[in-house]
Write a protein that binds this ligand. Structure first.
Ligand SMILES: [Zn+2]
Length: 554
C-alpha cells in the first residue's frame, strides 16, 4: 500500500520527455512508481485534466535569515517551489563572530533590501561556524526544503577580522588558506556551494562596497581550489560585466581552479545590450574545454515595483504627500491635494521622467508588455502628464512596474534567447530579498504561465522544457541529484497543476516580518496540490500545515 497515489494525470516528469498519462505512487517520501497500474494508496489524488510535475527547485534565493524564523516561506512555497537554495551573491550570516553580526545585517540590508530591524529581531544567532548555522537550519521547521551556500563576505571577515570588511584589503596567505579551509568545511557539512560578488551595486547600508568586490586571484582561486578538493559543491558569483574581458577570464580561472560547476547571474543590462551574447560565447568556450560554466537566466525583465507602501514611492519627493499620507491619506484623492503634489513633483523630483518605459502592473499582474502599452504612451494618448498617470495608479493602490534589465529592446526576446541557451538554467528570483520593491519570487510560475502557455507562437516553450529546466537542471546544477524528476527513488516533491489557471495574484504588501517589516506577497494560482517529501503541503495556494521540508545537504 502506497502513501499517496496520484491518478491519471498528464505526467511531465522533468526529463524533458513528452508528457504521458500515468499514475504516480508515493511511499516513504519517495516516488515509488510511475505507470499504468501502480496499485492502491492510502490517499488518492485525482489528477485527471491536470499536469503532474516535479516541484520547482529555485537555486537563487536569499532566505538565509527568514528560513530560521519562518517555516513556510510562502512567497516561494505558495508558487510550487519545493526546494530553495540560499546564500547567493556572497552575502549571508555564517560563519560569523558575535562582534560582526551587526555588520552582516548591514550588508544584507544594503545588498538585498532586507530591513535591518527585521533581521535584528528575527535572527537568534545560535551559531558561529557554518556547520553550526547548518545545524540551526536543520533544527528549524520547514514546509519546503532549504539548501545553503557559504558566502564570501562572511568568510572573509571571519578569516581576516575587521580588515576583511574593506574590499581593498588583501588577505595574507594564511588568511586565504583559512577561507579555503572554512569553505571546504562548509561543503563537507552539507553546504551546496560557495558564492561571491563583484557587483558595484552590492553596497552595505553603511555605504561600504561588498567585501568580495575586488578580491584578487590568490584569494578567489585559493578558495575555489580548496572547495574543488572536496569534490563537491558549486561556485556562484555575481559579476556585473563592467570589465567584461576581465570578468570572463576570471570565471574561466574559477572553473579551472575548482573543477566544479560555476554559475553567474546573466542579464541584459542597460547600456550593455549585446554583452550577454559575449558571455554566452564564453560559456560555450568553457564547455568546449570541459568546464561547467552556466548562466542563471531570469524568467522576465527585472525591475522595480513602485508603490505608495514600498521602498520606491514616486510621490515621496513631495513634502505635501509626506504630510498628507501621514495624517490624512484619504485626502490624496482630492483634486487640490493632487494638484499640489503634482506641482511639487517637478524637475528632479519628478521620478517618472527618469523611467520612460514604465507600465501599470495591473491585476492580474502582467510583466509581458509592449512599448505601446507604456505609461508614457498612455499619458500622451490621454493628453495628461506622465506623472499624473503615475499618481492615479499608485494612489489607486496599484504598482508601477519599471523593467530595468532584460528590456533593452523593449520586448522579451532577449529573455527568451537567454532562457533557451543550453548553458543557462532559470535563476535570479531573489526570493526573500528586495522585500517591498521586487516580487520576482514567482519566476517559476511566470515561466510556466507565460513561456509555457501565453507567449506568442514562435517564442512559446513547452511545458516539458519548463519542467526540465526549473526542476531537473537547477537541481542537478547544485548537486541535489535526489530530486527534480518524477522517477522511482527520487524525492516525492510534486506539483499537481491546472495549467489553464496558472498565474500569480497581484502582489500585496503585508507587514508580517519580524519587527513589523513589510514584504510583497503574491499567491500562485493553478497549483492544485504541492507535495513535499510525500506530504501534501499546499492545496490551492494555502498551506496545509504540513512541515515535511528539511535542510537539504549535498
Ligand atoms: Zn542574489
Amino acid at each position: 500500500m502506497h502513501d499517496i497515489v496520484i491518478r491519471s494525470g498528464a505526467v511531465v516528469d522533468g526529463t524533458g520527455n513528452a508528457r504521458r498519462t500515468a499514475d504516480v505512487a508515493i511511499a516513504d517520501g519517495r516516488i515509488a512508481a510511475v505507470g499504468a497500474d501502480v496499485g492502491p494508496g492510502r490517499r488518492t489524488l485525482d489528477a485527471d485534466g491536470l499536469l503532474v510535475m516535479p516541484g520547482w527547485v529555485d537555486i537563487h534565493s536569499h532566505y538565509d535569515g527568514q528560513a530560521l524564523w519562518d517555516p513556510v516561506l510562502e512567497t516561494s512555497a505558495g508558487h510550487g517551489v519545493t526546494t530553495v537554495v540560499m546564500g547567493n551573491c556572497g552575502v549571508g550570516f555564517a560563519p560569523v563572530r558575535p562582534e560582526h553580526r551587526p555588520w552582516t545585517i548591514a550588508l544584507m540590508e544594503g545588498v538585498e533590501d532586507i530591513p535591518a530591524a527585521v533581521l535584528e529581531e528575527g535572527l537568534n544567532w545560535r551559531w558561529q561556524t557554518f556547520p553550526e548555522y547548518l545545524d540551526a537550519l536543520a533544527a528549524a521547521p520547514h514546509a519546503i526544503d532549504v539548501a545553503a551556500q557559504v558566502p564570501h563576505a562572511a568568510l572573509r571577515v571571519f578569516a581576516m577580522g575587521e580588515r576583511g570588511i574593506d574590499h581593498a584589503e588583501v588577505p595574507t596567505d594564511d588568511e586565504v588558506a583559512t577561507m579555503g579551509r572554512l569553505a571546504a568545511e562548509a561543503v563537507e557539512a552539507g553546504a551546496v556551494g560557495f558564492t561571491s560578488s563583484r557587483s558595484r551595486n552590492h553596497v552595505a547600508s553603511d555605504g561600504r562596497i561588498t567585501p568580495s568586490f575586488s578580491a584578487g586571484d590568490a584569494e578567489l582561486l585559493g578558495i575555489a581550489e580548496a572547495l574543488g578538493r572536496t569534490g563537491k559543491g558549486v561556485v556562484e558569483i555575481n559579476v556585473d560585466t563592467r570589465d567584461l574581458e576581465g570578468d570572463l577570464a576570471l570565471l574561466r580561472r574559477l572553473c579551472e581552479a575548482s573543477r566544479r560547476p560555476v554559475s553567474m547571474g546573466l542579464l541584459q543590462r542597460p547600456g550593455q545590450g549585446q554583452t550577454y551574447r559575449q558571455v554566452l560565447r564564453a560559456f560555450e568556450e568553457a564547455a568546449a574545454a570541459g568546464h561547467t560554466l552556466l548562466g542563471q537566466a531570469a524568467a522576465r525583465p527585472t525591475g522595480l515595483l513602485q508603490s505608495l507602501g514600498g521602498r520606491v514611492n514616486p510621490l515621496a519627493p513631495s513634502a505635501t504627500y509626506r504630510e498628507v499620507s501621514e495624517h490624512d491619506p484619504g485626502a490624496l484623492h482630492t483634486p487640490d491635494v493632487k494638484a499640489r503634489i503634482l506641482d511639487e513633483l517637478s524637475g528632479a523630483a519628478d521620478t517618472s521622467a527618469r523611467f520612460p518605459l514604465a507600465y501599470e502592473l495591473g491585476d492580474p499582474p502582467r510583466y509581458d508588455r509592449w512599448q505601446s502599452e507604456s505609461l508614457a504612451a498612455r499619458a500622451a494618448a490621454a493628453g495628461i502628464p506622465l506623472k499624473e498617470l503615475v499618481y492615479d495608479i499608485v494612489v489607486g493602490g496599484g504598482f508601477v512596474y519599471v523593467p530595468v534589465s532584460n528590456y533593452v529592446d523593449g520586448d522579451l526576446c532577449a529573455v527568451h534567447e537567454m532562457l533557451v541557451h543550453p548553458l543557462t538554467v532559470p535563476g535570479l528570483s531573489d526570493g526573500g530579498a528586495h522585500c517591498t520593491m521586487i516580487a520576482d519570487f514567482d519566476y517559476p510560475t511566470f515561466l510556466l504561465a507565460y513561456w509555457g502557455r501565453d507567449a506568442p507562437e514562435g517564442l512559446r516553450l513547452s511545458v516539458e522544457w519548463v519542467a526540465q529546466q526549473q526542476c531537473s537542471a537547477t537541481a542537478s546544477l547544485v548537486g541535489l541529484h535526489d530530486r527534480g524528476r518524477l522517477e522511482p527513488g527520487k524525492r516525492a516533491d510534486v506539483n499537481l497543476v491546472d495549467l489553464a489557471a496558472v498565474g500569480s495574484t497581484v502582489p500585496a504588501l503585508v507587514h508580517d516580518l519580524p519587527a513589523g517589516g513589510g514584504r510583497l506577497v503574491s499567491r500562485g494560482n493553478g497549483y492544485v496540490a504541492t507535495i513535499v517529501a510525500g506530504e501534501v503541503t499546499f492545496e490551492h495556494g494555502s498551506h496545509t500545515g504540513a512541515l515535511a521540508g528539511s535542510l537539504a545537504r549535498i
